[in-house]
Design a protein around this ligand. Structure first.
Ligand code: ADP
Length: 723
């Protein structure tokens, strides 16, 4: 009897064997249910053996096979490669590919109603007439939709079936996505855009793996160019699928309508904001190969595509492509591997590519396509540094006179301003002026942020929040708690005093909760209904505000603090992205960057619009220190409920570290976030030359000791966060 080796979506290191009952059709990649302990579990067949080998242990049979196409070989290779690379259980990685398991079942059906075209047999009451009228307007609709539209109860709708005027139709609730049409015209491309598009098309026509860096200033038409590549793939192969990865897709809905305009159909979405029905719909359509274009957040890379021929990673430098919890991975790096395994193409697009990507392009691993200009008359904004040592804000204020003046002028001219400050709430720290107590979140060392809007103190790390206390919790003094430092709410307060007639709004994850609220702010800003928008990094994302001519960066230095090796690079990327919001249409834009460190290379390069100069400096420093991409890093993070426990295990682990050529080990050291949700955290950092298989090293090291049940150990290959 044939035997199927099944990998389950459970944190287990290897597959288990089951017999395949007569008549059951099982191949590698089949999705199956099989018993693990008392329950049937979801799994995937990794291998089918003609007969059992080895032990005579009685094997259980496979319970059922799902009636869907099996997982492709390239996808299976991708999952096992990812598990090895990230030092994770293969079953855990498989679970990431099968997030919406109802997608393996056919769509549920629901009853809808429509006109039959026959006369009604029976009395035509007012209520009935209204339903028939709505049925004419709506076409096919559910009883509750018709009832709501006609202002009657559902029983009136159902009653009309007996009269012969309406009929019931059973329809799947999850409908397929409309087929995109590559032949619809896009914009007429400029010379350099056409050249880049042609290079992409040529690579795609040639077939096999190809990789590109689409390197173009903000607003230069990168999206228009990759639309051409998408059209080419749609045309060339009716089965090929395309994935577009975008940071914070849940917040940037405008891009969906742009796809719809270009291809006549909305793409299949995949992000954390979807409800369960939307998730299973997208996943089912992907699994059957019917969804041609998927646009999603990093986890969309793990959907079980049938034939993924093109992956676009837009804003490839964006930190949100790094997954920090559970299986830690960088979606950009994995996208390149995925394309390789699929014999497909990958396009990394950015105005400020990561140093890693630039170095790869220069080494010839990616073909580099450049877009140097904005189409038409749109100009890049002038960027001016405001030295806060020379032009400090007034007492208790955060905006320097230079910025105040510029904002006043813009308002008078009927133009918009945008202020950027990457801090939510009113004040990032609350202290007691009587006893000096700094209010911290319980179970962590993190300060509480004051939110005036909601009247609460909030921990941005854990989500803990309390109403602002009337007295100091330490010394009991009344009215002694004051907020220190600025958040967006406080800057808004300052602007209200400066420009009392301006329409001012705050744009942060507190004021824009969910896609609808976000869209509303973006639309009102684009329509000119807001004069001054004050936002966190949410404002930096691809929005197009034609009447925005002034960008003010309130505190350019905040991202430079801390020991992050990419701090300078990220500051440069974020600030040039924010500044790039200005001057998108015909009006020239200007950005003022407030800093106490105008001599910092990142600030200097920003003002000179010298991205390549800045990258050259970064590159030299990293090469000198053997840091990525010139060397490799991995982190090992331990946590436990007590400091003693985590410290003693960390020491044991340090003793067990394998000796290997070129490997340098740092730690254990308390993590910068030393206590989180009551758990004490310690970190090791491992550094190696580029050619060392750090994943294998970390796997070997962490397998040397049994981890005590109260200790958690996690491995982060290529860490981006050092907290
Ligand atoms: P990027 O992705 O590089 O930021 P986009 O593709 O979003 O740039 O283009 C910026 C704006 O310019 C968009 O509104 C886009 O429709 C417009 N645009 C780009 N290329 C052209 C073109 N060739 N003709 C007309 N408008 C264009």
């Amino acid at each position: 009897m044939p035997v199927a080796r099944i990998l389950f979506t459970l944190p287990l290191p290897e597959p288990f064997d089951y017999t395949v009952p007569d008549g059951m059709d099982v191949v590698p990649g089949s999705y199956v249910a099989a018993p693990v302990g008392p329950y049937d579990r979801l799994g995937m067949v990794v291998e089918v053996l003609p007969d059992r080998v080895g032990s005579n242990r009685k094997l259980k049979p496979v319970s059922a096979v799902y009636d869907v196409p099996p997982m492709s070989e390239a996808m299976r290779e991708f999952l096992s490669w990812t598990a090895k690379y990230t030092v994770s259980h293969p079953g855990t990685v498989l679970g990431m590919a099968l997030r919406a398991r109802e997608a393996l079942l056919p769509s549920p059906v629901e009853v809808r109603y429509r006109l039959t075209g026959f006369e009604i047999s029976g009395r035509v009451t007012d209520a009935r007439a209204r339903v028939l009228e709505q049925a004419r307007i709506l076409g096919l609709a559910t009883a509750s939709e018709l009832a709501a539209a006609a202002g009657v109860s559902s029983s009136v709708v159902k009653g009309l079936v007996v009269t012969g005027a309406l009929e019931e139709i059973e329809e799947p609730t999850d409908l397929p996505f409309a087929e995109p049409d590559p032949e619809r015209p896009g914009e007429v491309l400029t010379g350099e855009q056409a050249e880049a598009a042609e290079a992409l098309r040529a690579g795609l026509r040639e077939g096999g793996f190809s990789s590109f860096l689409l390197d173009g200033v903000t607003g230069s038409g990168k999206t228009e160019v990759y639309f051409e590549a998408i059209a080419e793939v749609l045309r060339a192969d009716p089965e090929a699928q395309i994935l577009v990865l975008l940071p914070e897709i849940a917040l940037t809905q405008a891009i969906l309508s742009r796809f719809e305009r270009r291809f006549g159909a909305a793409p299949a979405p995949w992000h954390s904001g979807l409800n369960p029905k939307e998730r299973r719909r997208t996943m089912r359509e992907v699994l059957h190969g019917r969804a041609r274009i998927v646009i999603g957040a990093r986890s969309a890379l793990f959907l079980p595509y049938r034939k993924l021929k093109l992956i676009i990673v837009d804003e490839e430098h964006d930190p949100s492509f790094k997954q920090e919890d559970g299986v830690t991975y960088h979606a950009r790096d994995l996208a390149v591997m995925r394309a390789k395994l699929e014999d497909g193409a990958v396009v990394l697009a950015s105005a400020t590519p990561a140093l890693e990507t630039v170095v790869n392009a220069e080494a010839g691993r990616y073909a580099r396509l450049r877009l140097a200009a904005r189409p038409g008359t749109a100009q890049l904004p002038e960027i001016e540094l405001v030295d806060l040592r020379k032009a400090p804000p007034g007492k208790g204020k955060w905006l320097s006179p230079v910025l105040e003046h510029a904002m006043t002028e813009r308002l008078a001219a009927g133009e918009q301003s945008l202020l950027f400050l990457n801090r939510r709430g009113y004040a990032p720290l609350v202290i007691c002026k009587a006893c000096g107590e700094r209010l911290k979140s319980p179970g962590t060392e993190n300060w509480l942020t004051e939110h005036r809007y909601s009247g609460r103190l909030v921990c941005h790390l854990t989500g803990y929040s309390i109403p602002k206390p009337a007295v100091c919790p330490k010394c009991g003094a009344a009215d002694s708690l004051i907020g220190v430092g600025p958040g967006v709410e406080r800057v808004a307060e300052e602007v209200r005093v400066l420009l009392p007639d301006a329409r001012i709004e705050i744009f942060s994850s507190d004021t824009a909760q969910g896609a609808d609220a976000t869209r509303s702010i973006v639309e009102r800003m684009a329509a000119g209904e807001i004069d001054v928008l004050i936002g966190t990094q949410i404002v930096a994302k691809g929005h197009n505000f034609p009447n925005l001519t002034l960008v003010g960066v309130v505190d350019a230095d905040s991202g430079l603090k801390g020991g992050d090796l990419r701090a300078g690079e990220r500051t440069y990327q974020l600030l040039s992205q924010v500044a790039g919001r200005a001057g998108r249409a015909e009006r020239p834009g200007r950005a003022y960057v407030q800093t106490y460190a105008p001599d910092n290379p990142a600030m200097q390069a920003l003002a000179a619009n010298d991205r390549d100069g800045y990258l050259a400096i970064e590159r030299e420093v990293r090469a000198e220190l053997g840091l990525p991409p010139f060397g490799r890093l991995a982190a090992l993070i331990l946590s436990a409920p007590s400091a003693e426990l985590v410290d003693s295990f960390a020491l044991l682990l340090a003793e067990q570290a394998p000796n290997a050529e070129g490997i340098e080990l740092f730690g254990p050291a308390p993590a910068p976030i030393a206590v989180l949700r009551g758990r004490h955290r310690r970190r090791f950092l491992v550094k190696s030359p580029r050619n060392v298989d750090l994943s294998a090293y970390m796997a070997a090291w962490s397998a040397r000791l049994k981890v005590p049940s109260q200790v958690r150990l996690s491995v982060d290959i290529d860490p981006y966060s050092f907290l």
